[in-house]
Design a protein around this ligand. Structure first.
Ligand code: ATP
Ligand code: MG
Length: 183
């Protein structure tokens, strides 16, 4: 599984539609302070289903929408799309036999969120489900930010267990059991 491209529009500082392609050799995004590097990571976490504004460095979920600048008016919608190569079939469920998987999320000023899987409207859960057990998720260890390591070291046993269960690939079975029990 490999992230091939990120597309952003109206998301934080990326007001104009922006494509960030990840070629095989690409390993880093560099730039001066405030140019939007962390906003790209926020975008990845957001499209994977993050539902806490604080974890996206904002106060409200609509803070991810471009809020205007000296020469630009605010916009009404933010959207982010991730394109994955799924040649090893790591993405599961309905996407298991797809060689390319696109996931997209958009939000409007009235807080309505929409999610899309390969262009078709879906639920947030449809997106979080296909990533279970892959190590990638809105709060997974695939994204290591400033402070993540110390948080891991200082975490309570119950929190540490969540990381270990995801790494061991058993979190998806726990999720399925929870689903079944709630039916
Ligand atoms: P550093 O090197 O300091 O970590 P960075 O490249 O990670 O910088 P970001 O934190 O990604 O920078 O970007 C911060 C910029 O994004 C700020 O200029 C901020 O005003 C802008 N920004 C954040 N949210 C919005 C928004 N909703 N609308 C417009 N601009 C935004
Ligand atoms: Mg930063």
């Amino acid at each position: 599984m490999r992230l091939k491209q990120i597309k952003l529009a109206g998301f934080k500082s990326f007001v104009d539609p922006t494509k960030v392609p990840f070629e095989q050799q690409m390993t880093a995004i560099v730039g001066p302070n405030g140019c939007g590097k962390s906003n790209i990571i926020d975008a990845v976490r957001w499209v994977l289903g993050e539902s806490s504004a604080k974890n996206l460095r904002g106060d409200a979920m609509t803070d991810v929408i471009f809020n205007g600048a000296a020469s630009r008016k605010p916009v009404g919608q933010a959207s982010v799309e991730l394109l994955f190569e799924n040649t090893m079939g790591r993405l599961q469920g309905s996407m298991a036999d797809r060689s390319e998987v696109s996931i997209k999320r958009s939000v409007n000023r009235d807080s309505t969120n929409s999610y899309f899987l390969n262009g078709s409207k879906c639920r947030r859960k449809d997106i979080t489900d296909i990533f279970l057990g892959t190590g990638l998720g809105p709060r997974s260890y695939a994204i290591i930010e400033q402070g993540t390591i110390s948080r891991l070291i200082e975490s309570k046993p119950q929190e540490l267990r969540v990381f270990i269960e995801e790494a061991a690939g058993i979190s998806k079975y726990k999720e399925r059991r929870r689903d079944t029990e709630n039916r």
